[in-house]
Design a binder for this molecule. Sequence first.
Ligand code: SUG
Length: 456
Amino acid sequence: MQTPQPTAREFNFDGLVGPTHHYAGLSLGNIASCNNANSVANPKQAALQGLEKMYALMQRGFGQGVLPPQNRPNFTLLRNLGFGGSDADVLARAYKESPLILACAYSASAMWAANAATVSPSADTADGRLHFTPANLHSKLHRSQEHLQTTRTLRRLFNDPQHFAVHEALPSTPAFSDEGAANHTRLCDTHGSAGIALFVYGRSEFGPHNPTPTHYPARHTLEASQAVARQHGLNETRTVYFQQNPDVIDQGIFHNDVIAVGNCNVLFYHQQAFLNETASLASLQSAMENNGIPLHAIRVGTNEISIEDAVSSYLFNSQLLSKPNGKMALVIPQECQENKTIAAYLQKLLHSGSEGSSRMPIDELLCFDLRQSMRNGGGPACLRLRTVLTRAQERAMHQGVIMDDHLYKKCVAWVEKHYRDRLSPADLADPALAIEVQTALDELAQILNLPGLYDL
Ligand code: SUG
């Protein structure tokens, strides 16, 4: 007898790190970004580290795609902010008068694809299409410029209206501050069956007015998540909202995916992740049970792992991936193995599965060196946008970004040819860099078979 084919498959679309990756300390509340401000980055190594993860996961049989980087510097942004003259004048003036604005216009932050959009698979939406809402990333200047190109890119990749809907980003205003899939977890039985959408927000504009962080910004609002749920036609009985614990935002947990990760019916989370943990979990459990999905919560106590260790190791920013054997792999950054407490915790976690061949769903760790991205606060889960595709959607989408041996080799050669191996914020003043980026992206659009992807 043949094994039945699953009706849908999860793909991870990883942001390909752009040629201007650098450390400018642009994200208050993101401790790695602030601590590494002005250090020298290696964009070539960053892009190769990301590609290596994509390739290794593809080789293991996981669905893997690439999201192309964005065009930088953003001359429109610089000109709108009053820097005029020729392109070279614009760069020189911006560097002299506001190097931070120049760093924003040059930011490669679109690499963190978990913030590109919120995605609802067709099993969850009223019209049976796969829905995307690009995130407005309103709370940070360098990120707020991403959504225009993100929308353009997603519309090129998912351009068949029978299968896909790519919405406009929400209005860019504090009430609808949206950070995308980093604050959205889909829990389900199998990827192809109807799931529960768990949205986690940092604050509410219109109420309830619960405590909010006092030190660092809460980037995402309840109202943004509710608007996305409406846009996507999600069923109210299968939609749950949690407020993030403001105390952990104040300790550097700027997105929920830095403190929790879910896959299928498993939620791996830290005890302090949510405000009102007990009530929150109960509401999730009841939504899941009403839909015949038993919640498997793996709760990590503060006595096992401190918030400080969670932030420095990025344990919860791992990818939790379903394997054909019915178990899951946890894709972790190397920093987890280097931290003794985290490494010991992970061994115990894996062991707890083998001992009783119990219900422990995780039976494998896959570890990657993503140091270049990590130094800006981006781990394995930040780098990817999860997208469940039915077989028909898999065929209907643009094929040029699906990772395979050929694309991997092409991308590596492209990075080797065009990327610098040293970039500091001071190097952004060099007008040659802007030209190098344009040349590189022009060639990438051809490699990915996406002519006209950029407004070059
Ligand atoms: O938005 N870092 C990103 C990291 C995003 C991580 N994404 C998820 N958790 N899903 C941010 O804070 C740093 C840029 C700089 O400082 O140069 C930055 O934008």
